[in-house]
Design a protein around this ligand. Structure first.
Ligand code: GUN
Ligand code: ZN
Length: 441
């Protein structure tokens, strides 16, 4: 079969390293007139257009985006596709919000047809926002997992997902058992992990909705399949933390519950971590466990302020990615999420610069999920998932970005003012998957 070559040209940025840990120069790449050559879904060359154009095969004309900014596709390290329908639910903090809205909506996913419709809308929304990889919760029903992976497969997207495990403290219709949860997860993992670009994540919802037996079974499954991800929530809300203490009095704290059952390590992604203690952060760093920083959700549910500079302290850095946490989060946009992350950091007097924010939304997220060799960067060898951002997307954005004096300033303005309107195009495995300006049919 002839190889499939595509190319794009324009200003571009990506990361080779972590700007929280190394100098900006070592971590960050900016090409004012860049060229990206993709073959069979992978980037085979990236760099300066003039230096690389001789590598373009005969007849391949790059798509040219001279006034845009090309970046690795955004990576959303924590979301719930099954909560797409309940964004912006009024009036409660975490536990009441779960009971009033979430547990009601998630029961609808026993209907495979409903799950398929939402999975399709969810993937559309990811791409409209320039998000090419997402680590997402499904519902407790295996058919809700099949629906998402089938949709992601159709679009060739790199999605990580898993069936929620819950065997207590939720409505009867949403409960599995330690045994059935284990067996269904195992079957789904063996069906989907590594099939195409799909990745399976073992997904206990959070400590309060799993018995010790269920957490034990989740740990056993992960030991049997260490190639899978592990995805849960931790230390989001102070009431939740007290509840965990009363349910697991023999453990040192919330994180220790997961530690005890073998649920920490590389490829474990814990959402929120707002109230993790210093020793818990140390333990995350030691084990390679990542936290997904979800600022729109933490503000919406009044959960608290995550201190990104503590998490990324270069003396013992943790892996951190950004998460939208739809439906407690209020936007699918990783640009909007960077905006809120900036404001949250400002509240503790830490100016989160745009280079670090874009790192968290791309390579940092990939590292959190343990897939940094596959996605998150435009460095040659990576899969060709990227986004084309439009600094002129709205009159005000155009007015403001026209005054930007550096690439850092341009990225900062895009992060603070941008949303789905600023996503001109998204490419998945080298193919155009979203074109904002294409006439709709
Ligand atoms: N903790 C347990 N379940 C959830 C959920 O669905 N959303 C959020 N934000 N936190 C949780
Ligand atoms: Zn969540």
């Amino acid at each position: 079969m002839a190889s499939q070559v595509t190319a794009v040209r324009g200003p571009m940025i990506w990361f080779r390293g972590d700007p929280f840990l190394t100098s900006r120069e070592d971590a960050f790449v900016h090409e004012g007139d860049g060229l990206l050559i993709c073959e069979n879904g992978r980037i085979t060359a990236s760099g300066d257009y003039t230096a690389l154009r001789h590598r373009l095969p005969e007849g391949v004309v790059p798509a040219h985006y001279p006034d845009q900014m090309i970046s690795a596709g955004f990576i959303d390290t924590h979301t719930h596709y099954v909560q797409t329908g309940i964004i912006a639910a009024f009036g409660s903090q975490l536990i009441d919000w779960l009971n009033h809205y979430t547990f009601v909506e998630e029961q609808r996913f026993s209907d495979a047809g409903y799950a398929r419709r939402v999975a399709s809308a969810f993937c559309d929304e990811l791409l409209r926002n320039g998000t090419t990889t997402s680590l997402t919760f499904c519902a407790v029903y295996p058919q809700s997992v099949d629906a998402l992976f089938e949709e992601a497969s159709r679009r060739n997207m790199r999605i990580a997902a898993g069936k929620v495990l819950m065997d207590r403290n939720a409505p009867e219709g949403l409960l599995d058992t330690a045994q059935s949860g284990h067996d269904e997860s195992k079957a789904l993992l063996e069906r989907w992990h590594g099939r195409g670009r799909n990745l399976y994540a073992i997904t206990p919802r959070f400590a309060p909705t799993s018995t010790p037996a269920q957490l034990e079974a989740a740990g056993a499954l992960w030991r049997e399949h260490p190639e899978a991800l592990m995805h849960t929530h931790v230390s989001e809300n102070t009431g939740e933390i007290s509840w965990v203490r009363s349910l697991f009095p023999e453990r040192r704290g919330y994180l220790d519950v997961y530690d005890h059952y073998g649920l920490l390590g590389r490829r474990a992604v814990l959402a929120h971590g707002v109230h993790l203690t210093r020793s818990e952060r140390d333990r995350c760093a030691e084990t390679g466990t990542a936290v997904s920083h979800c600022p729109t959700s933490n503000l919406f549910l009044g959960s608290g302020l995550f201190h990104v500079h503590d998490a990324k302290d270069s003396r013992r850095p943790m892996h951190v990615g950004l998460g939208t946490d739809i439906g407690a989060g209020t936007s699918f946009s990783l640009l909007a999420t960077m905006n809120e992350a900036y404001k949250v950091a400002e509240l503790s007097n830490y100016p989160l610069d745009s280079v670090k924010a874009f790192f968290l939304a791309t390579l940092g997220g990939a590292q959190a999920m343990g897939i940094e060799d596959e996605v998150g960067s435009l460095e040659a060898g990576h899969e060709a998932d990227f986004v084309v951002l439009d600094p002129g997307a709205t009159p005000l954005l155009a007015r403001r970005t026209s005054r930007a004096e550096s690439v850092e300033e341009l990225l900062f303005v895009l992060a603070v003012m941008g949303d789905d309107r600023a996503v001109r195009a998204a490419y998945v495995a080298g193919a155009l998957a979203h074109d904002r300006d294409a006439p709709s049919v």
